[in-house]
Design a binder for this molecule. Structure first.
Ligand code: DP6
Length: 358
């Protein structure tokens, strides 16, 4: 029996952000969050092979071998043990993962990467998990990854239980619900962030006096933004999206020492989007920012060309990428990054073509 699987997963961009854990080992959040999974414009391909012949787990990221003894990497790959346990196997795994987007694009690919790993590793181990169980596995790699195991609009329910069994992702609407939606990404900085999300959110919980107010406003926001999405009311959705992003960045700034992810270019983008909306007489574009200065501007297809033009005219915008909402992870029959015996099959990302065999 083949114990190999290859999956392509895509990032998700939250409109209700996850920022803070109630359990750092099980990766349980203090509140729920909501995102759209992107299409394959930005994707990560991962192949996992299990074999009784392998003597140790091995991980290759973009052609480079990673140290699985490293504390953070080991934590993120803890899901492998769980998968082995559930499948009743003790085989070691070889994992190869390749980003299908420009490395200089400034994206942390952990959500797509961990979602691809959860799907590929469980499939290769012979498990047939449903979306809920896959999201619980992906969550253990990186919280936000649990929302990338399904397409469309996805909610990560915070849950209350100490064991995390009620903290999982659920689809709110499929990609086909709002096919006009676009995310125009303006890259202003491609460098790795100074403060990781993991340590940043820990500091926020510890030190921000504003944080409890954020946590208590989220349930109302979740209700309102889901209603705006269900009725495809862009102005309502856009206002809530922008205000929520600023709320998260406000608690980051209120953290001690302060965490500042936005830069002057991010601010230029905010002002430009506000002006764009003022000129239109209603909200037609809405920015959001994760733990970094790059802008994700949600808009609709009829506005996308103008939004791109507006962003292109801003000094400091290095690259613009437009994504649609996607369908979630794809299980590939061809294009494996590893042979059944674990030997690498060379692939690379070529702009305009995607991941190709070399
Ligand atoms: C700002 O999922 O990367 O992008 O669970 O510690 O791995 P860990 O954090 P991570 O945090 C993402 C934070 C965010 C908001 C979001 O995507 O919801």
């Amino acid at each position: 029996m083949s114990m190999r699987a290859t999956v392509e997963a895509t990032p998700n961009i939250a409109v209700v952000k996850y920022w803070g854990k109630r359990d750092e080992t099980l990766i349980l959040p203090t509140h729920s969050s909501l995102s759209f999974t992107m299409d394959e414009t930005l994707c990560t391909r991962t192949t996992v092979v299990f074999s009784p012949k392998f003597r140790q787990d091995e991980l290759w990221l973009n052609g480079q071998q990673m140290d699985l003894q490293d504390k953070e990497t080991a934590e993120r790959f803890g899901m492998l043990e769980l998968i082995r346990k559930q499948a009743g196997i003790r085989h070691k795994a070889k994992i190869a993962s390749l980003n299908g987007f420009p490395t200089a694009a400034g994206f942390a690919s952990s959500a797509a990467g961990m979602a691809a790993l959860a799907c590929a590793a469980s499939k290769a181990a012979g498990l047939d998990l449903n979306a809920k169980d896959l999201s619980i596995l992906a969550r253990l790699g990186s919280g936000s990854a649990c929302r990338s195991v399904m397409g469309g609009c996805v909610e990560w329910k915070a849950g209350k239980k100490a064991d995390g069994s009620d903290s999982y992702a659920e689809q709110v609407a499929p990609a086909s619900h709002w096919p006009e939606l676009r995310n125009v990404i303006a890259v202003v900085d491609a460098k790795k962030k100074k403060v990781s999300s993991r340590s940043g959110m820990k500091q926020t919980i510890r030190t921000s006096a504003l944080y409890p107010a954020r946590v208590s406003y989220i349930p109302v926001l979740m209700r309102d933004i889901k209603a705006a999405i269900q009725s495809k009311d862009f102005p309502a959705f856009g206002e809530l999206t922008m205000r929520e992003a600023m709320n998260m960045h406000a608690v980051m700034l209120d953290t001690w020492p302060p965490i500042v992810y936005l830069n002057d270019y991010s601010k230029e983008i905010m002002y430009a989007v506000n002006e764009y909306n003022q000129a239109a007489g209603k909200i037609k574009a809405a920015y959001t920012f994760d733990a970094g200065p790059n802008a994700h501007v949600y808009t609709t297809d009829d506005q996308a060309a103008n939004v791109r033009k507006m962003l292109q005219s801003i000094d400091g915008v290095k690259k613009i990428i437009t994504c649609k909402v996607g369908n979630g992870p794809q299980y590939l029959k061809n294009g494996h990054l590893l042979e059944e015996d674990g030997t690498a099959i060379a692939h690379q990302y070529v702009e305009g073509k995607g991941i190709v065999k070399t």
